[in-house]
Design a binder for this molecule. Structure first.
Ligand code: G6P
Length: 610
């Protein structure tokens, strides 16, 4: 989704802004632009539809952009088609004020009509342009005061960067429901929607909170609340290496991140296991609290929601407490039954997904205690939760999540073991077995990853199928949902996941000669039941690619056309292994179709609009 980077310092701003935009590319975008204040020629702007390289070429063609202060933006279209004109920055009619914006201005129509009635001419179809024009309309010589006044008039969400030609030594930044950080360096300051844009220059950052406004020059930074009262903010040190956000020899970030899963799971699990017990970062979930807990409400979107689907099976089985899984976008507009004894488990890689954040706030308002599983340190969801368990996956750059999904699953397993032990709903023996196997999961994952070439071969057999069905029961069904999502996200093939037993209630009508069915049957207690469904599709002409555990290989091979296996582990841990062949299969199918794997069309990494 849209990305912002801004710089004020003593060096040329344009190369730094372009570099920052390149590092934000992974978020998904369709156009990009830069505005720089040139002391000789005033505010200069270049913006184009398409990739950052196109923007860089345009800038080079005009001999570069001179100036040490500027704003850059990658746009993911919401209001108005992707085009040069609709790309950000947007300028006020007289070219005095440039604005970049993430989010949506909900009352933009009303403001636009008002400004048009005052004779203002608009050039784009965007909601953002009203901010630039409204700033100009109210501008009284003090840009900070004017921004504050405008923020009180707009409704919606924003991460905002403003540059005014009358005070070319400073940038103004503001946020509401759309992330914005400040980066502090020697002789420069930066703003960005995401730390990846500033990490090459500084690791010293500060996260703006909703309603806050910042004013930065090369050497100074002031932060205010929405009434311009000064605010003291904590600085944070970003401790991951820049190389973590680079490809490191792999063709795509996605493949690199798939291969990093053993390391990511180890980093997530190992600090949380001590003396044969799970230690949840010192969080206080007492036996009394857990006994009184009336339900767990899992709230998430996309792949994180699929982790929630797997978590439901695991948590209900071992905690004997009701677990509901809600899509955040549905939760926030339903009338969920939440009490002060409800635990809301909020799952989000980015920690910024707007629907998940809104659902979190709603659950909190209704009295729930919020425990979140988040990958991005200091993200809004992490900060607004009562308790956070971070997944230590490191930065995830590919839009399609892999290692964040796996580490979320691992955290769910840790929560389950910790809570079940306290509730006494798991035997000591089973607890110890699962815990030991959880610790050896990274090695088991390495074994699965060794099958990379075999999965590439299977992808070469099946990549031309236009429609794919994933079937499975229980945890296999949950993994099937993720496998199906991976395939459609990056290869654009139509695919659907079905609970294997549900297939015959309608969808089986779509199975015909040659239809590809990926049958997940690793969950031993339901292996035979699933295999009956596999036989059903096989007898209607389907091609079956089966996934099961090594000991069940022979049984699967009797029915399936091809078989993939994973090592046998405790059923609770199976999703962590099963998902890997699904990720690799999707990756190689997309590769064979020549798709833009790390930046699939229309998708965004961090969805900060509804
Ligand atoms: C987007 C991404 C998905 C992700 C979902 C939820 O749609 O493309 O990969 O699963 O958002 O994101 P979150 O950061 O909240 O886990």
């Amino acid at each position: 989704m849209c990305g912002i980077v801004g710089f004020v310092g003593r060096e040329e701003a344009a190369p730094i802004l372009l570099d920052g935009l390149r590092r934000l590319e992974y978020r998904g975008y369709d156009s990009a632009g830069i505005a720089v204040f040139d002391p000789k020629d005033g505010l200069q702007m270049v913006k184009t539809k398409g990739r950052i390289q196109v923007l860089a070429d345009h800038i080079a063609e005009r001999g570069g952009l001179k100036g040490t202060i500027g704003l850059g933006h990658t746009r993911w279209a919401t209001h108005g088609v992707p085009s040069d004109v609709n790309a950000h920055p947007h300028m006020s009619e007289n070219g005095r004020i440039a604005v970049v914006h993430n989010g949506i201005i909900e009352n933009y129509v009303e403001i636009k009509e008002f400004l048009q009635s005052q004779g203002v001419h608009f050039t784009s179809e965007t909601d953002t342009e009203v901010v630039a024009q409204l700033l100009e309309y109210y501008y009284d010589g003090n840009i900070l005061d004017t921004v504050t006044k405008v923020l009180h008039q707009i409704r919606g969400s924003y991460g905002l960067g403003v540059l005014c030609a009358d005070c070319p030594d400073r940038l103004i930044a503001a946020r509401k429901d759309s992330p914005l950080i400040l980066g502090f360096g020697k002789g420069f300051h930066m703003i960005a929607s995401d730390v990846t844009a500033v990490i090459k220059y500084t690791r010293d950052v500060c996260y703006l909170d909703d309603g806050e406004i910042a004013e930065i020059t090369a050497d100074q930074c002031w932060i205010y609340d929405s009434y311009l009262r000064p605010v003291e903010k904590e600085h944070h040190h970003v401790d991951w290496e820049i190389s973590a956000a680079e490809k490191g020899g792999y063709e795509h970030f996605m493949l690199k991140e798939i291969m990093e899963q053993p390391k990511a799971i180890h980093a997530t699990i190992s600090p949380r296991i001590r003396d044969g017990q799970v230690v949840l970062d010192g969080l206080d979930y007492s036996e009394e609290y857990l006994w009184a807990m009336d339900k767990i409400y899992i709230i998430a979107c996309g792949s994180s929601y699929h982790v929630g689907m797997a978590a439901k099976y695991v948590l209900e089985k071992y905690l004997r407490k009701p677990v509901e899984v809600a899509l955040a976008s549905e939760f926030r507009y339903s009338e969920p039954i939440v009490t002060d004894r409800t635990l809301a488990l909020v799952i989000s890689q980015s920690g910024e997904t707007i629907d998940t954040l809104a659902a979190l706030r709603e659950a909190k308002r209704l009295g729930a205690r919020i425990l979140s599983i988040v990958n991005v340190m200091g993200s809004t969801i992490a900060r607004e939760s009562d308790d956070v368990l971070y997944t230590w996956a490191g930065p995830e750059i590919a839009v399609a999540t892999t290692k964040a999904y796996s580490t979320q699953l691992a955290v769910v397993d840790l929560i389950c073991l910790s809570f079940a032990r306290k509730l006494g709903t798991i035997s000591a023996e089973e607890h110890d077995t699962i815990l030991a196997q959880l610790q050896s999961l990274p090695e088991k994952l390495e074994e699965v990853l060794e099958q990379r070439e075999q999965i590439q071969y299977l992808a070469s057999i099946y990549f031309n199928h236009s429609s794919v069905f994933f079937i499975g029961r229980n945890l296999d069904y949950a993994v099937g949902m993720e496998g199906s999502l991976k395939l459609k996200e990056i290869s654009y093939l139509h695919s659907e996941a079905y609970a294997a037993g549900e297939l015959k209630h309608g969808t089986i009508s779509l199975i015909e000669q040659g239809t590809l069915v990926i049958a997940l049957a690793s969950y031993r207690p339901l292996f035979e039941k699933t295999m009956s469904n596999v036989v059903e599709v096989k007898s209607r002409g389907a091609k079956v690619l089966g996934l099961t555990t090594e000991p069940l290989r022979g049984e699967m091979e009797k029915v399936a056309d091809q078989t993939i296996t994973v090592p046998e582990v405790h059923p609770m841990l199976l999703p962590s292994l099963d998902v890997v062949p699904m990720q690799l299969f999707a990756y190689y199918v997309a590769l064979m179709h020549g798709c833009d794997i790390d930046k699939p069309r229309n998708l965004a990494k961090s969805v900060t609009v509804e």
